[in-house]
Structure formats: structure tokens, C-alpha cells
Design a protein around this ligand. Structure first.
Ligand code: ATP
Ligand code: PRP
Length: 230
């Protein structure tokens, strides 16, 4: 997108958001929603709908001035950077892949913890000088292998990365690993550790200034909840 267009959208979104006194928090369904709920509750925020049963994309909460938007995990940084949401919760894997410095990241929520790994078949023989890597984390993989001085071909997938080596689409995958069960079930093993991953609270830069008192209060309350979990 040309910079001028991005700037215009950004200004529009921020302006629209700031006309209301609402604080909008962007989250994704599934594990992030589930694990963020207790943290929000500690901050006094309780959603009135359950995204697993509701088709609503904007969820009301017990507070008139706080709404939740439930979107794809990889869209959360975009909504927050452009001011369509004031705050958001997303994985460090998504943030690293998203890149840039257009967001504040004030808090490690220590939820949805996993590791970004290189994995492959247990006894696969590959030509290490020309490996094909399947991943949805294209930028992360590019950076990692460049830093290793290794030339690779990256194949972008949107899910089920573990299938790629089995069907001969790729030699290795780059994906997040938690228990290792998915790798094991597909005859793969973890090979190299790229980074530890957990979810982060992110904040729009303009909201941090213009809605400072409430945003800061929520950051502090959520930080308290994280600390109390140890
Ligand atoms: P999208 O819908 O954009 O493709 P996704 O399917 O990766 O996103 P989730 O599976 O809900 O969304 O994962 C959300 C976040 O949770 C990831 O970005 C990552 O930080 C973390 N995560 C992913 N898989 C695991 C796992 N197995 N265990 C713990 N945390 C995980
Ligand atoms: C993630 C990731 C792995 C799996 C790893 O998938 O893409 O496939 O978790 O977890 P494990 O090491 O505990 O097995 P997820 O469960 O989010 O499914 P999805 O990416 O298809 O949504």
C-alpha cells in the first residue's frame, strides 16, 4: 500500500475511534481468547458473548466503554497499528513476522507459550545447501536462515506445515511447537530452536497518548494479573 494511502486510512481509523470514548481490544478466537479472559477479568472486563458460539465480531462487555473485536490472530497487529483497535493480544511469533515499530508492546502476558522451531523428518537425507522450507512465518524463516548463512527456498503455507515434508513439498518446516505431539504424530523431530514465543499486549501509539489514563490503568491491572499467576 502506498504510504499516503496507509497514512490516510490510519488517520481515518484513529479519528473514528477517538470520536467515541470506547476502548476497543482486539483478540483472536481459540487459545488466546481463552487464556486472556482471566487477565481481562482481573482488569474488570467481562465479555457478554462467547466467540465460540456467537457469530458477532464485536463483543460487548460488562463495561459500556469497552468492546472486544474477535479477528484472525495474524490480523491483530494491523487492527492495532491502524487504530481500529486501541489494544490487542497477539503472539510474539505474529509480531516478529509483522515487523516494523508501529506498535507499543508494554507487556509479556506469558500465555500461549511455545517455541519457534525448525523441524524435519527424523532420518531424512537432504542437500543442506538447497533446502526447501515450508512455513507461514516467511520473514522469520528468511531472517533465521540468512543469519545462519544458509541459502534456502521458502514455500509459504497457511497451515498444516507438518504435512509438507511428508508429501515431499519441503525438506524442513518452520513452525511453533509446544508439546511436540503434532511433530511426533507426523514423524518429524524438532531440530533448531529459533525463539521462545508468548503472547503480548500491544497498544496503538495514538491511543496511548489520547486515551492514556484508561489505557495505562488496563495495562497496570493486566500486569498485576500476570504477576499474580507467577
Ligand atoms: P491464524 O488464524 O491467523 O492463522 P493461528 O491459527 O496461528 O492464527 P492460533 O492457533 O489461535 O492462531 O494461535 C494463536 C497464537 O498462539 C500463535 O500466534 C502462537 O503465538 C500461539 N500458539 C500457536 N500454537 C500454539 C501451541 N500449540 N501451544 C501454545 N501456543 C501456541
Ligand atoms: C499449532 C502449530 C502446530 C501445533 C504445535 O497448531 O501450528 O501444528 O500447534 O503444538 P504441539 O507441539 O503441542 O503439538 P494449532 O494447534 O494452533 O493448529 P492450527 O495452526 O492448525 O490452528
Amino acid at each position: 500500500m502506498p504510504k499516503s494511502a496507509a497514512y490516510r486510512i490510519n488517520t481515518l481509523a484513529i479519528a473514528k475511534n477517538n470520536m467515541s470514548a470506547t476502548i476497543t481490544i482486539a483478540l483472536s478466537k481459540g487459545r488466546i481468547f481463552k487464556e486472556t479472559l482471566p487477565l481481562l477479568e482481573h482488569a474488570g472486563i467481562i465479555p457478554l458473548d462467547d466467540p465460540t458460539t456467537s457469530r458477532k465480531l464485536i463483543l460487548d462487555t460488562n463495561l459500556d466503554d469497552v468492546k472486544l473485536v474477535v479477528i484472525r490472530a495474524s490480523d491483530v497487529p494491523t487492527f492495532v497499528e491502524y487504530g481500529a483497535a486501541d489494544m490487542g493480544v497477539t503472539g510474539k511469533d505474529v509480531l516478529v513476522e509483522y515487523g516494523g515499530d508501529g506498535l507499543y508492546e508494554p507487556l509479556d502476558l506469558k500465555i500461549a507459550r511455545c517455541r519457534m522451531m525448525v523441524a524435519g523428518p527424523k532420518d531424512g537425507v537432504v542437500d543442506e545447501s538447497r533446502m526447501r522450507i515450508a512455513t507461514k512465518y516467511v520473514e522469520t524463516a528468511k531472517r533465521y536462515f540468512a543469519a545462519q548463512g544458509q541459502q534456502v527456498e521458502i514455500i509459504k503455507l497457511y497451515g498444516a506445515m507438518e504435512l509438507a515434508p511428508i508429501v515431499g513439498l519441503a525438506d524442513r518446516i518452520v513452525d511453533v511447537v509446544d508439546t511436540g505431539n503434532t511433530l511426533k504424530a507426523n514423524g518429524l523431530v524438532a531440530m533448531d530452536h529459533i525463539a521462545d514465543v508468548s503472547s503480548r499486549l500491544i497498544v496503538n501509539k495514538a491511543s496511548m497518548k489520547m486515551k492514556h489514563e484508561r489505557v495505562k490503568r488496563y495495562i497496570d491491572l493486566i500486569a498485576e494479573a500476570v504477576a499474580s499467576k507467577g
